[in-house]
Each structure stands twice: as structure tokens, then as C-alpha cells.
Design a protein around this ligand. Structure first.
Ligand code: G3P
Length: 225
């Protein structure tokens, strides 16, 4: 499962890239709005941090297919070919997805709340389909079960699309989808940190250090003795 950062905070992305095995960055208009800066300034900096070959997902704003396609061209010109154009999975969105895929442009079908939407995005040739786990839960349905069902539909129908699960509350949800073989998850910095944050881990590491320092002296490491 690819692990993608769902954030436009340049400092947070830099730190996560330095320490964690992450595979790219996703953004959406609300995430970009939080930066309070010109979207292309922020996205350009993110592209600079992650490099030209990493996945960067950027969403269009237009509600009509023609507008979406025009935005896709500008986004790609400015941010490179490894940029995935996030298209909301609406009727107009499906039209745009088909046209973009005909031209070999990477597409992420987004704003997915139902398996029905995801099935259509898969048929339209999207590379990824992004079900919103937490938001589906809040509607009284089951986000994790929906993501699993979409994964199964794609595989059983030989569709070219992977699930890019989004909108997570916690790291356990991410792990549950990893266990199921879901293609990718996009998660906030907090949830990524949550995969590792565990008192038992830090106390085990502290105990190893204390034992070693008892043997060779305080502050000593394997590089010093
Ligand atoms: O990019 C869409 C998705 O990640 C939204 O997450 O937390 O706003 O529901 P959230």
C-alpha cells in the first residue's frame, strides 16, 4: 500500500519526507486554502521537496468537464507529468476523466462516497478512486467496508484503478486497509505519526540505551566504543 501525505503544509511535508517511507502528496482545495498562499507557490514548493517523479495529486475547481480539462492542462504544465488530476466523481467529472485518460493524463477520481461512483470512475479509466472513509462513516455507512468493496470490484472486473483511501480518523483504519491489500492511503501528518506513536516502543528503546550505557558509559553509542 502506498502511503501518501494529505497535506499542503510545506514544513510538515519536509519533516515527513525526511523520516517516513512516504510515496507522494495529495491536496484538495480546502487543504490549499489553509495555507493562505497562492496555490501554485505552495504546490511548486511541494514538488521541489518530493522531486519530479513522486506522485502529487491536485484537484480541479470547475464543475463542468471543459473547465476541468482546461485546469488539468495548466496543472500539468506547471507541476509536471507525475501530477494526478483529482476530478470529483460527478457526471461532468466522468466526462472529463474519459477525455483526460484518452490523452494519457493521470487521473484520481475523488469525492467518492459510494461503490457505485467508484465503479463508474473505474470504467472511465481513472488511475485511482478516493473513497472518503470518515465522511462515509459520518453518513451512517461503513467507510472501511466501502473501500474494501471498491477494491474487490476493481480487481474482479479487471479495472485499471486502485483505491486511494482518504479521510482517515486513525492509524488503525489505515492498517486495516493495508491488511486487505488496498492500493494506497492518503493521510494527515498526525495519522502517519500515529502509526509509530506508541509508549511501549519508546520505553523499549530507552531500556536498550540504559543497558548499553551501564556497560560502556553514559552517552556512548556503537560508534564510540
Ligand atoms: O482529500 C480528500 C480527503 O482527504 C478529505 O479528508 O479529513 O477532510 O474528510 P477529510
Amino acid at each position: 500500500m502506498k502511503l501518501i501525505i494529505d497535506d499542503a503544509n510545506v514544513e510538515a511535508i519536509k519533516a515527513l519526507y525526511e523520516y517516513y517511507p512516504v510515496d507522494g502528496v495529495t491536496t484538495n482545495p480546502s487543504i490549499l486554502a489553509k495555507s493562505g498562499r497562492n496555490p501554485y507557490d505552495v504546490l511548486g514548493e511541494i514538488r521541489g521537496i518530493i522531486g519530479p517523479d513522486a506522485e502529487l495529486h491536485v484537484q480541479v475547481i470547475s464543475k463542468d468537464a471543459e473547465g476541468m480539462i482546461k485546469e488539468a492542462q495548466v496543472i500539468r504544465e506547471k507541476l509536471g507529468e507525475k501530477t494526478y488530476i483529482k476530478i470529483p466523481t460527478t457526471r461532468e467529472g466522468l466526462k472529463a476523466m474519459k477525455a483526460l485518460k484518452k490523452n494519457g493524463i493521470n487521473v484520481t477520481a475523488t469525492a467518492i462516497y459510494t461503490a457505485q461512483q467508484a465503479f463508474l470512475a473505474g470504467k472511465a479509466g481513472a488511475d485511482y478512486a478516493a473513497p472518503y472513509i470518515n465522511r462515509i462513516d459520518n453518513l451512517g455507512a461503513n467507510g472501511i467496508a466501502t473501500a474494501k468493496k471498491i477494491h474487490d470490484i476493481f480487481r474482479l472486473n479487471n479495472l485499471p484503478t486502485s483505491v486511494l483511501a482518504a479521510s482517515f480518523k486513525n492509524s488503525q483504519q489505515v492498517l486495516e486497509l493495508a491488511e486487505y491489500g488496498v492500493g494506497a492511503a492518503t493521510v494527515s501528518a498526525d495519522v502517519i505519526e500515529g502509526l509509530l506513536k506508541n509508549e511501549v516502543v519508546s520505553s523499549a528503546v530507552d531500556a536498550f540505551i540504559a543497558d548499553f550505557e551501564g556497560l560502556v558509559g553514559e552517552g556512548m553509542t556503537m560508534a564510540d566504543c
